[in-house]
Write a protein that binds this ligand. Structure first.
Ligand code: G3H
Ligand code: 13P
Ligand code: ZN
Length: 332
């Protein structure tokens, strides 16, 4: 049994309070290997940003939970070694069972998400409350994120054909009955690199898809009913066209890619949205650079020669997000 405090991590409670009051969002970047972890820490130390390092259940299976716990400990020490101690949260992304949340909490996670969003409302309430009761009764309080509303999109562990917007009429009751510390909502974002079907979008003259806007009206209604309560946006990659083009130039096929425009995420960050989840953009950045290296240097076979440049690109991307999109730079 390991408490997150032994690893030098923190929970989200104070971070979210400050982010809501300060009109910015904390980045929640997914990781499952060393290069991603290095890029996250380098970018967040250099921009003086607090950070949530998140691990999906698929990532946990891929990387091994012991290794991930020790990577989180290493991340704290690495940040200090780089010269600035930033607040670091280790968060379970899309926890799908009480048992998984307990296992993560006992293994050093400082925050968990229990995703009961695909369950009937009462079952979502009961499961989320059970996780909160356990997480909040620990000597070191572990924060819990719940979800209402369903995001469309296909990922390894998260899959739903259709999205359902969060119903503002449910949010007060859900928060009161469960005791969650933050609430993920559905206002039009979705997982993966194809956030909308082409028929839901318009196109520019050169064929680039323009997505429909996020439902800021639903967000405003939720904020009215839960003043100052921490709100989370999943599925918030912007799917930069430059990466898509680079991947396609070097042999990839990513047709109909479309993400959430950065200006809309910037606007959301200024509201009670205080955690923004980004995974796909990092995948695109790394893939683009790895493909480029392989195409331009066909005789290269040292992993450091393609993972290194991919890591550098990821760091650049995250620095940009912290400074220009989420507004978290300078807040650590
Ligand atoms: O929301 C899901 C994240 O992008 C994690 O994806 O389950 O493939 O690790 P994954
Ligand atoms: P993206 O697929 O848009 O990066 O979303 C990631 C996410 O929501 C992780 O929980
Ligand atoms: Zn998600």
């Amino acid at each position: 049994m390991t408490s997150y405090k032994e690893l030098g991590l923190c929970n989200t409670v104070d971070l979210f309070k400050k982010a809501v009051a300060g009109g910015y969002a904390i980045p929640a970047y997914n990781f499952n290997n060393m290069e991603q972890m290095q890029a996250i820490i380098q970018a967040c130390v250099e921009t003086r940003s607090p950070v949530i390092m998140q691990v999906s259940s698929g990532a946990r299976k891929y990387a091994n939970s012991n290794l991930l716990r020790n990577m989180a400990r290493g991340a704290v020490e690495y940040a200090a070694e780089l010269g600035y101690k930033i607040p670091i949260v280790l968060h379970l992304d899309h926890g799908d069972s009480y048992e998984l949340c307990v296992d993560c909490i006992e293994n050093g996670f400082s925050s968990v998400m229990i995703d009961g969003s695909s369950l009937p409302y009462d079952e979502n309430v009961a499961l989320t409350r059970k996780v909160c009761e356990y997480a909040h009764s620990r000597k070191d309080y572990v924060s819990v994120e719940g979800e209402l509303g369903v995001l469309a999109g296909v990922e390894d562990e998260v899959s739903s054909e259709h999205s359902h917007y969060t119903q503002p009429s449910e949010v007060q009751d859900f928060v009161k009955k469960t005791g969650v510390d933050s609430l993920a909502i559905s206002i039009g974002t979705s997982h993966g690199r194809m956030k909308f079907k082409p028929e839901q979008c318009t196109r520019t003259a050169d064929g680039v898809l323009i997505p429909p806007p996020l439902r800021f009206d639903i967000l405003a209604e939720i904020e009215k009913r839960l003043p100052g309560f921490p709100i989370v946006l999943h599925g918030s990659s912007s799917v930069p066209i430059e990466y898509v083009k680079l991947i396609e130039k070097f042999g990839g096929k990513l047709s109909d890619s479309v993400g959430i425009p950065e200006e809309q995420l910037r606007r959301a960050s200024k509201s009670a949205v205080c955690k923004i989840n980004i995974d796909s953009d990092g995948r695109l950045a790394m893939t683009a650079i790895v493909r480029k290296v392989f195409a331009e240097k066909p005789d290269e076979f040292d992993p450091r020669k393609y993972l290194g440049p991919a890591r550098d690109e990821l760091k650049k991307l995250y620095m940009h997000k912290n400074k220009e999109v989420l507004g978290s730079a300078g807040q650590a």
